[in-house]
Design a protein around this ligand. Structure first.
Ligand code: ZN
Length: 466
C-alpha cells in the first residue's frame, strides 16, 4: 500500500472509531461477569442432562431456584403437565449377515413406546419420500432413512406406518459415532412404530450391505416409555411502570445423552447473568421485564406453549428467545418487516463488532418463540456464531461443559442485556398483537406452513367466541 492510500485507510478507520457509540454500562458489566458460565458448570456436572421430568432436571431446577434466591430474587414456578417420555435401556442389534450379533449405537426418538423384542429385515427407504417408497416392498421391514432427508419428522414415520413398516432408523448427519436425540412427535402422541437415530458409520455400513443385495436383519427392543408428567417453567419478574411487559425466555431443559451445555445451557446461563444484572441494577423502567426458563422445549415446546397460553390476555410488547445464542452477529425480526426500524435503532447503539451483521428479518421455527409468534406477539431472536467444533455436538452425548466458552457467554449476555434494556424503554414499540390474517401472511411469505402443519401447529385453531 502506498503512503496516501495508507493515510486514507488510517483516517477512515479513525473516523469509524470516532462514530462508534460509547459502551453501555450493561455491556461493560456483563462482559466481565462469569456467573452465568460458572452456574452452568455446576448444573452440568452436578446433574447431567436436563430431560424434562427426569430426576436430574428437577434437581437442577431446584438448584437454579436456590441460586436465584441467593441473588435476592423470588423465582416463581409455573406448573403445567405435558406428555413426558422416559428413556430406557433400548436395544437395536445387527444379526445378519454378521457371524456374531453386534449391538448398534442408537438413541430412540422421544415418544417411542416400549414393545416386545422382534426381528425384521432392513430395507433402504432413501429419503422417505413417496417416490422412495414406490420402488420397494417395505411391509414388515425396518426402514433405513438417509441422513439428508428433507421429509419433516412425523411425516416419514406416518408414511412408514401406512406402509406396514415395523420401525425406522435414521442415519445421523454428523459422523464420528455421534447420535441425534430429538423428538419423534411435536404432538406428544406415542409413536406407532419405534424410530431411532443411528450412528452415521453404522448406517452407511448397513447401506453398503443392502446395496450389494445382502440380507440385513435386526432385532429391536424398546424399553423407553411415554408418561404424562408434571413440570414447571421458572419465572423472575422485574417491575416497570406499564403493564406491557418484555419477556426474555430460554429453554432450561435439554436432551439426556449429554449435559445440554450448549443446547440450551448457553441460554440458561445468559438468562441467569441477566437476572443477576437486573437484580443488582434496579431502575425506573417503562416496561416490566419477565425472565422465563422453559421446560419441555425439546419434546415439543410444551413450556412456552403453556406460558404463551397463560399470557394470551396479557399485553406483551416483545418476546426474545435465547436458544443457543452464540457470539451475536445480528438481531432478527423473525418475519415481521414492521419491526425492522426498531431493530435498526437498537443496532445503532451497539459498536459494529458487537453486531457485525446488523438487522435480519428471517422467520424460523420450532423453538420457544414459535407459540408466541403464532399468538401474534412481537418476537425476536439473534443470529449468532458457535464454533463448528462445538456446534457439531448438538443433541449428542458430547454436548458437555468442557466445550463451554466463558467468553461466548459473557459477550452474548452483554448484547442480550443491552437489547433487553432497549426494549424495556423503547418508545416505538406496542403490545398490539398481529391479527390472524397478519400471522397467516408471515407464515405464507416465509413458507412456514408445511413444517408448522407437520408440527400440528397449523392452521391456527379458530378463535373462541367470548
Ligand atoms: Zn434448544
Amino acid at each position: 500500500m502506498n503512503l496516501p492510500r495508507l493515510l486514507a485507510a488510517v483516517l477512515a478507520a479513525t473516523a469509524t472509531l470516532a462514530a462508534q457509540p460509547a459502551p453501555l454500562p450493561v455491556v461493560t458489566q456483563l462482559l466481565t461477569d462469569r456467573s452465568g458460565y460458572e452456574l452452568l458448570g455446576r448444573l452440568c456436572d452436578d446433574f447431567g442432562g436436563r430431560l424434562t421430568g427426569s430426576p436430574a432436571s428437577r434437581a437442577a431446577m431446584d438448584a437454579l431456584v436456590n441460586e436465584l434466591r441467593a441473588l435476592g430474587l423470588k423465582p416463581e414456578r409455573q406448573h403445567f403437565t405435558m406428555p413426558g417420555w422416559v428413556r430406557g435401556d433400548d436395544e437395536v442389534t445387527l444379526l445378519a449377515p454378521l457371524p456374531t450379533p453386534r449391538r448398534l449405537r442408537v438413541a430412540a426418538l422421544s415418544y417411542t413406546q416400549p414393545h416386545a423384542p422382534f426381528e425384521a429385515d432392513v430395507v433402504d427407504i432413501g429419503q422417505g419420500r413417496d417416490e422412495d417408497f414406490a420402488k420397494i416392498e417395505v411391509r414388515g421391514k425396518i426402514g433405513l432413512l438417509a441422513a439428508n432427508t428433507t421429509v419433516p419428522r412425523g411425516l416419514y414415520e406416518k408414511a412408514a406406518v401406512e406402509r406396514g413398516m415395523r420401525g425406522v432408523l435414521f442415519i445421523n448427519r454428523e459422523a464420528g459415532g455421534q447420535l441425534l436425540a430429538r423428538t419423534g412427535a411435536f404432538s406428544g402422541e406415542p409413536l406407532k412404530i419405534p424410530v431411532y437415530s443411528l450412528a452415521q458409520e453404522e448406517g452407511k455400513w448397513i447401506g453398503r450391505l443392502l446395496a450389494r443385495g445382502q440380507n440385513v436383519r435386526l432385532r429391536m427392543h424398546t424399553r423407553s416409555h411415554c408418561a404424562q408428567i408434571e413440570t414447571e417453567n421458572l419465572i423472575v419478574r422485574f417491575p416497570g411502570r406499564t403493564a406491557e411487559k418484555i419477556v426474555i425466555g430460554a429453554h432450561f431443559d435439554s436432551w439426556d445423552l449429554g449435559q445440554g451445555a450448549m443446547d440450551n445451557g448457553i441460554g440458561l446461563a445468559q438468562l441467569f447473568a441477566l437476572a443477576k444484572y437486573l437484580a443488582a441494577n434496579p431502575a425506573d423502567r417503562l416496561r416490566p421485564i419477565e425472565l422465563i426458563w422453559y421446560n419441555g422445549e425439546e419434546q415439543g415446546l410444551w413450556g412456552s406453549r403453556h406460558a404463551a397460553a397463560v399470557a394470551r390476555k396479557e399485553p406483551i410488547a416483545a418476546m426474545v428467545n435465547l436458544d443457543m445464542v452464540g457470539y451475536p452477529l445480528s438481531v432478527n425480526a423473525c418475519g415481521d418487516e414492521r419491526l425492522v426500524p426498531l431493530l435498526t435503532r437498537f443496532a445503532a447503539t451497539m459498536p459494529v463488532e458487537r453486531l457485525r451483521e446488523g438487522v435480519k428479518n428471517v422467520a424460523w421455527l420450532a423453538s420457544d418463540h414459535t407459540p408466541y409468534q403464532l399468538d401474534g406477539v412481537n418476537v425476536f431472536t439473534f443470529g449468532a456464531y458457535i464454533d463448528r467444533e462445538v456446534n457439531r455436538y448438538y443433541h449428542d452425548v458430547a454436548d458437555t461443559f468442557d466445550k463451554s466458552d466463558p467468553k461466548l457467554i459473557a459477550e452474548s449476555s452483554a448484547t442480550i442485556g443491552a437489547f433487553t434494556l432497549f426494549l424495556a424503554d423503547a418508545s416505538d414499540l406496542t403490545a398490539t398483537r398481529r391479527t390472524p390474517a397478519e400471522i397467516a401472511a408471515v407464515v405464507k411469505t416465509h413458507g412456514l406452513a408445511p413444517r408448522l402443519t407437520a408440527m400440528g401447529l397449523w392452521p391456527l385453531p379458530p378463535v373462541p367466541t367470548p
